[in-house]
Ligand binder design. Structure first.
Ligand code: DQA
Length: 147
């Protein structure tokens, strides 16, 4: 059975590579996309949608699209992690399996980053392992989708 992954990135992740490299490292989002495509192919994903938006509603639309397509989601919601009831409701309402990823260890940073509205509705969470978190999340997602 074909399995499909949506890899969704929230606000400011388009700036990776130049954005606070001491926290987020030097890889660009395009580098992370290349790593994800290679890993997804090795895991047997038949299709990968790798996307980024700075807009909360667009991310909600994409979660709903993934749900309609029966895809799984790897998501770094960026700062919307800590604010977005809309993302929480979209994940809950579609029932789409989501692995939440954060490049940095949000729990070792400011207290406003300690709360996630996504984690309670995520299938799993990977935090603080850098860009490696994305490919680890794909591995976990493949396991979930293959049952
Ligand atoms: C982030 C952590 C968030 O707190 C922050 O707003 C981001 C990136 C991470 O990948 O470490 O934009 O999600």
């Amino acid at each position: 059975m074909p399995i499909e992954a949506f890899i969704l990135n929230g606000p400011n992740l388009n700036l990776l590579g130049t954005r606070e490299p001491g926290i987020y490292g030097s890889l660009t989002l395009a580098d992370i996309e290349a790593n994800c495509r290679e890993k997804a192919a090795a895991l047997g994903f038949s299709a990968v949608e790798f996307r980024q938006s700075n807009h909360e509603g667009v991310l909600v639309d994409w979660i709903q699209e993934a749900g309609r397509r029966g895809a799984g989601v790897v998501m770094n919601p960026g700062a919307y992690t800590h604010t977005s009831i809309a993302l929480h409701d979209a994940i809950k309402g579609t029932g789409v399996p989501v692995i939440e990823v954060h490049i940095s260890n949000v729990h070792a940073r400011e207290s406003f980053r300690h709360r996630s509205f996504v984690s309670p509705v995520a299938a799993g969470v990977i935090v603080g392992l850098g860009p490696l978190g994305y490919t680890l999340a794909l591995e976990a997602l493949a396991g979930l989708l293959k049952g």
